[in-house]
Design a protein around this ligand. Structure first.
Ligand code: ZN
Length: 453
């Protein structure tokens, strides 16, 4: 008997979270994420899962981000017909994110065909918006801290912080147990509650995104006040690429608080992302899942102008500073922020504020590395705007916070498998876990199988 865990993604890399758990004839997939970033990774999205999707009894989804949910449309198209368990906010957010992802896949394929720069001819979208919509009926809601059965498995979700509805997942079968951290938030996030400590489990599968980094400038308010203040006081444009889920809402909240406290001048602020606008409405509805009061939520969200239409978005590129533009995508992989970079990126008066993780191979990572130009929509654009990296606004725990979280475990696990990190980050965290907690930790390898007997 026993339990078997197979690492089908997010092993040696941050994206593509997919973990197979099998015990006593039950087979579930924990997360079903998209590989993002480098082309070599993105190409993996075209590969089959490694097990027949129709043979899965269920998917257990930790949270809505696409690197955890974005491959679900392919799974369903390829024959998966079981339930996808998730919290109520995750279901709503995933529906929004998947629809957008399908739309983008279709747009990219259309664009590649028009410009003729695709290597596959004709370019085919990974999945369509209609295929993304076919996922929604599979969502089966579960609440944090409830225990339920999936075949022979007992499953419990608990709070992970990170983004609205995010969960860690405990799976037990015949006295053996594995606990998946999912993405872990920060203990003192302004928006999200701290992650719950790990329960007793034989093995913990733990994220390691920032396993080798401490977030600098822990004062989020001061960090944003400095970076945005310097730019807009000179009449510049502060561009903030942000993930539609989580960071966009945090940024609006922090900007609002800074203006309330007189620490930032009142300048026009735009949330230029139809998706982030939709997500903000989900935020209003699920107020027990975040720290803000109704009053704060409403004040913060209404302090920015919501830009929905494409025409309004284009209009912004003809405006002059000072202003603040919050737009997706967070790693500059697409979205309206690219048009803002083309319009404002060449002027050193302006600034780009990177607030989230920038995967290798993305334009965000290129900016951090100091690239003087970025390739956008098939040609190169000069980038002379200042670049600020604001880790303090990250939705992920840093190295010390990850180690503290593990140290708070009810009972130390026998083994920790590290996922969702670049190799150097996972390895640095492995050493930290051994030194500080004396626990055997190992970075997971793609395709690796671990048995709990
Ligand atoms: Zn995430």
């Amino acid at each position: 008997m026993g339990m078997e865990i197979t690492f089908l993604g997010a092993a040696g890399t941050v994206t593509g979270s997919r973990f197979l758990v099998e015990a006593e004839g039950t087979r579930v997939l924990v997360d079903c994420g998209l590989f993002q970033g480098l082309k070599s990774l993105r190409l993996k999205n075209r590969d089959p899962l490694g097990v027949d999707p129709a043979s899965l009894d269920a998917v257990l989804l930790t949270h809505a981000h696409l690197d955890h949910s974005g491959w679900l449309p392919v799974l369903v198209r390829d024959g998966f017909s079981g339930p996808i368990y998730c919290t109520p906010p995750t279901a709503e957010l995933a529906e929004i994110l998947l629809a957008d992802s399908g739309r983008l896949q279709e747009e990219d394929a259309r664009y590649a065909n028009k410009k003729g720069y695709s290597r596959h001819k004709p370019a085919e979208p990974l999945y369509t918006e209609a295929e993304a919509a076919a996922v929604t009926p599979r969502f089966t809601l579960c609440e944090l801290d409830d225990t339920f059965s999936v075949g022979s498995l007992r499953v419990r979700y608990q709070r992970a912080g990170h983004i609205l509805g995010a969960a860690s997942i405990l799976i037990e079968s015949s006295g053996r147990s594995v606990f998946f951290s999912g993405d872990l938030g920060r203990p003192h996030d302004l928006l999200m509650w701290p992650p719950d400590p790990p329960p007793a489990a034989d093995m913990i599968v733990m994220e390691s995104t920032y396993g080798d980094r401490e977030h600098k400038n822990t004062d989020v308010l001061a960090a944003l006040a400095d970076a945005v203040g310097d730019t807009v006081r000179d009449g510049g444009v502060a561009m903030i690429p942000a993930f539609a889920v989580g960071r966009s809402q945090l940024i609006l909240y922090v900007l609002w608080r800074l203006r309330q406290d007189g620490r930032l001048p009142s300048v026009p602020t735009f949330l230029n992302s139809p998706m982030a606008i939709e997500v903000s409405e989900v935020f209003r509805r699920f107020d027990e899942y975040h720290r803000l009061t109704e009053l704060e939520t409403n004040a913060a969200l209404s302090s920015a102008t919501f830009t929905r239409k494409v025409e309004e978005s284009k209009e912004l590129n003809r405006r002059r500073g000072p202003m603040v533009l919050v737009a997706g995508a967070g790693m500059l992989t697409g979205g309206r922020i690219l048009h803002h970079l083309k319009a404002f990126g060449a002027d050193p008066m302006n600034a780009v504020l990177l607030v989230g993780y920038q995967a290798p191979g993305t334009r965000g990572a290129a900016l951090i590395a100091g690239d003087p130009q970025l390739k956008i929509h098939g040609r190169y654009w000069p980038m002379r705007a200042r670049v600020h990296r604001l880790d303090a606004l990250s939705g992920h725990a840093d190295r010390s916070e990850l180690l503290d979280w593990l140290g708070a475990a009810a009972v130390p696990p026998e083994k920790v498998m590290l996922v969702h990190g670049e190799p150097q980050a996972a390895d640095a965290l492995r050493r930290g876990i051994a030194d500080r907690h004396g626990i055997d930790a190992e970075p997971a390898a793609m395709g690796q199988v671990v048995r709990l007997d």
